[in-house]
Design a binder for this molecule. Structure first.
Ligand code: ADP
Ligand code: MG
Length: 326
């Protein structure tokens, strides 16, 4: 079981940012309104995610750590999931690659409990002190697998990847407040902060800056049951790289070649080849029209009819650009 967990863990947890993604998604799935992430040494020595969500009952803590145990689907319909998680793999994977401690208090429960797992070995749960919500602490990621440790980049670039992950989730959930702190060497430097926002536009102003809001077009288009919303930067507000392209499918941040290709295609006539648009786009469709289950980290998607989605992006954005005189 330990070895199996370690092999599968490699698919889900490549670097601190992938652990942060899983833990913050769990916090969001628990209906949290506030998510705090603390990292030390780029997340290598510490990742701590604190939320104010519905928590985990003491009796369910061991279950949360066992493979393929998820509270988020009933097993009847994998495709109709509206939560971020649904595989029940993240926590067991994290417990296989680091020292994991979960402290939680379920709403309505009269006490909190904690459980610790390291190297796949689970200690029995114990009573703990916590007012509400959940704190998941992952220490010494990859401590037992030096080969994987070697693949981590500098502290600076791991911190940047963690920040990017949190920014994407912050765009997906504007109403939730997020804070990322760097607690290296006993410090507490705020790396990123977004207070709960009333609208996506307000959240984007925080994450991408007021400039983006002033230089972007609101997008709202539909075709064959697929909807495209969000904000797309004017050609004059383009970049030398594509890092500021944020794509979401049914509320989940994704990285997908077809979608970025469609985005490029939409701007083909108004941007030179070495310029890239800044854009935040949400594709929303019936869950049966898209498979988000392609990759364990769930950032790749497969549409049943990619042509519809590509066409919607190209025509929706071109229409908006033309309307603005481009
Ligand atoms: P999944 O998210 O796919 O269900 P995970 O391994 O990420 O699987 O989590 C296992 C289970 O632990 C979840 O289904 C959920 O019931 C519980 N859980 C994990 N994190 C939290 C959290 N922050 N708040 C409440 N419950 C949580
Ligand atoms: Mg999860």
């Amino acid at each position: 079981e330990g070895a199996v967990n370690r092999i599968a863990a490699g698919e889900v947890v490549e670097r601190p940012a992938s652990a942060v993604k899983e833990l913050v998604e769990n916090a969001l799935d628990a209906q949290s309104t506030r998510v705090q992430v603390d990292i030390s040494d780029g997340g290598r020595t510490l990742i701590r995610v604190t939320d104010d969500g519905h928590g985990i009952a003491a009796a369910d803590l061991p279950l949360a750590l066992s493979r393929h145990a998820t509270s988020k689907i009933d097993g009847s319909d994998l495709l109709n999931v509206h939560s971020f998680g649904f595989r029940g793999e993240a926590l067991p994977s994290l417990g296989a690659v680091g020292r994991l401690t979960i402290t939680s208090r379920a709403t309505g429960s009269d006490g909190a409990a904690m459980i610790h797992v390291s190297g796949g070995r689970i200690d029995p749960p114990k009573p703990a002190a916590l007012r509400a919500g959940t704190v998941v602490e992952l220490r010494d990621l990859f401590h037992a697998t030096p080969a994987r440790l070697k693949f981590l980049k500098t502290e600076r670039s791991e911190t940047m990847a963690v920040t990017d992950t949190i920014k994407r989730l912050a765009m997906a959930e504007p109403g939730v407040s997020f804070i990322l702190r760097d607690t290296s060497d006993g410090g507490d430097r705020v790396v990123f902060r977004a207070d709960a926002a009333a609208t996506l536009a307000d959240r984007l102003a925080t994450v991408l800056g007021r400039d983006f809001a002033a230089n972007a077009l609101a997008i709202d288009a539909e075709r064959d049951g697929v909807r495209l919303t969000g904000h797309a930067g004017l050609p004059t507000y383009s970049r030398g790289n594509a890092v500021h392209q944020y794509l979401f499918v049914n509320g989940r941040p994704v990285r997908d070649k077809m979608l970025t290709g469609a985005l490029r295609g939409a701007y083909m006539d108004v941007l030179s080849k070495d310029r890239h648009p800044v854009a935040v786009l949400f594709v929303t469709c019936d869950p049966t029209m898209v498979d988000c289950n392609v990759h364990p980290a769930k950032t790749e998607v497969r549409f049943r009819d990619a042509g519809i989605v590509r066409g919607l992006i190209v025509s929706g954005l071109r229409h908006a650009l033309a309307g603005a005189g481009h």
